[in-house]
Ligand binder design. Structure first.
Ligand code: ZN
Length: 409
């Protein structure tokens, strides 16, 4: 997959604040402790529809993780996949009588544009380009006994969910909850021939009319959890710093991604932190395709909304909280952007160091963006109300807001 164009991130004078994040597996906020190179994997989109604000909010949260690590002097190796082969993509292509590859390429390109406009800049890897690695991993899982083939017309390959010996540590769900989410989120508990309802698909043998890839396993295509597992393992190595995604990925997706990788390597844990972003609703209702109430980033951009205002609107809420998108959120984001721009355009202002210190301190505490924004609000309000004499202050705020919040003033 083509590399993204990179967004320059300036250095901010002063003292950075080490990042703490809530870890789903531990159930508490813990310090991140990356080495010189911080390593993060975030589950990406399935490109069958345009990027909606729920996606944008998730990727903004991890973009802030990226930025706070950079501020702390780490290099960041950030990998995000694009699930460019999966059932929802094929179903949408079928419904619209479109070639699934054309659909995936078009929506991936639009996603890329949306993310560039929002100044989110990871490195993307497609699942399709990773199939040889995935096939190799399945061979290993079969050889070690962690995987098996079902009997019957379609001898698909499944993962013995208990194979790693640690299954369940990431979500901490009991089995009843696991079974509910497994059925709800793409699992196949009733598939005949499986040893256990929770065993997860690794390789689906070719069916008529479905795309498939020739391999030593027989023609077929990979299961979703293993795609992420292998892409992360082969690019970041086991024990990377953050595995991220939306809260709907806690189970089964992240539990299985971890279990697959831990079975493949015999080591633990897959990631040091499992970090999950809340869902975005619209006017109090869950945003979903079935309700037809998705708000697309590209639609807002088409309406000439400044992407920086979208960014500020989404950051004015805690990333882990399920929250609602409203017209007011966008109005407030636009007003805040205008006020900040007005303040940094002045020749002089009150000293900016305390506001920047507060911005860093709040972001490092599990990305408390609401209070981080208020630190800059307070400086901007004071600047616009009574001015100041520090001629370096406007530029310092501009640099800090750019580097740490990704907002270009
Ligand atoms: Zn994933």
């Amino acid at each position: 997959m083509q590399p993204w164009s990179s967004v320059p991130v300036p250095q901010v004078p002063g003292t950075p604040s080490p990042l703490h994040l809530f870890d789903t597996a531990a159930g508490e906020v813990r310090p991140t402790e990356p080495g010189p190179v911080a390593r993060m994997y975030v589950c990406g989109i399935t490109p069958y529809d345009a990027t909606h604000l729920g996606h944008a909010a998730t990727y903004l949260a991890f973009d802030l993780v990226h930025r706070v690590w950079l501020d702390n002097g780490h290099q960041v190796h950030y990998v995000q996949n694009v699930t460019d082969i999966d059932d929802p993509l094929l179903e949408r292509a079928e419904r619209d009588r479109e070639d699934w590859i054309v659909l995936a390429m078009r929506e991936t390109a639009l996603f890329r544009e949306d993310m560039e406009a929002l100044r989110v800049v990871p490195h993307f890897v497609g699942a399709v380009e990773s199939i040889p690695e995935i096939v190799e991993a399945i061979g290993k899982l079969l050889a070690s006994g962690a995987a098996y083939r079902v009997d019957g017309e379609h001898p698909d390959i499944y993962f013995r969910h208990q194979a790693s010996g640690n299954f369940g540590y990431e979500s901490n769900y009991d089995e009843a909850t696991m079974r509910d989410f497994f059925a709800e989120r793409g699992g196949d508990p009733d598939r005949p021939g499986k040893e256990h309802p929770l065993d997860a698909l690794l390789w689906r043998m070719a069916r008529d009319g479905e795309p498939s890839w020739e391999s030593e396993l027989g023609a077929g295509r990979p299961g979703w959890h293993l795609e992420c597992s292998v892409i992360a393992l082969n690019r970041l190595g086991l024990g990377f710093d953050v595995q991220g995604g939306g809260s709907d990925l806690i189970f089964p997706h992240h539990e299985f991604s971890a279990a697959h990788a831990e079975s493949l390597t015999g080591e633990f844990p897959f990631a040091k932190h499992y970090v999950h972003a809340g869902m975005i609703g619209l006017d109090g209702e869950k945003m979903s395709k079935s309700k037809g109430n998705l708000v697309f980033v590209s639609r807002l951009r088409g309406d000439r909304v400044d992407p920086m205002a979208i960014r500020l609107a989404l950051l004015d809420g805690h990333y882990r909280t399920d929250r609602s998108w409203t017209d007011d959120a966008l109005i407030n984001g636009s007003a805040r952007l205008a006020r900040w721009r007005e303040a940094v355009a002045l020749d002089a202002a009150p000293a900016a160091e305390p506001a920047v210190a507060r911005l860093r301190e709040r972001l490092s505490d599990d990305l408390d963006t609401q209070q981080a924004l208020r630190a800059i609000d307070a400086w901007a309000d004071e600047t616009l109300a009574s001015g100041g004499s520090d001629r370096g202050a406007p530029q310092l705020i501009r640099t800090a807001v750019d580097a740490l919040l990704g907002v270009e003033l």
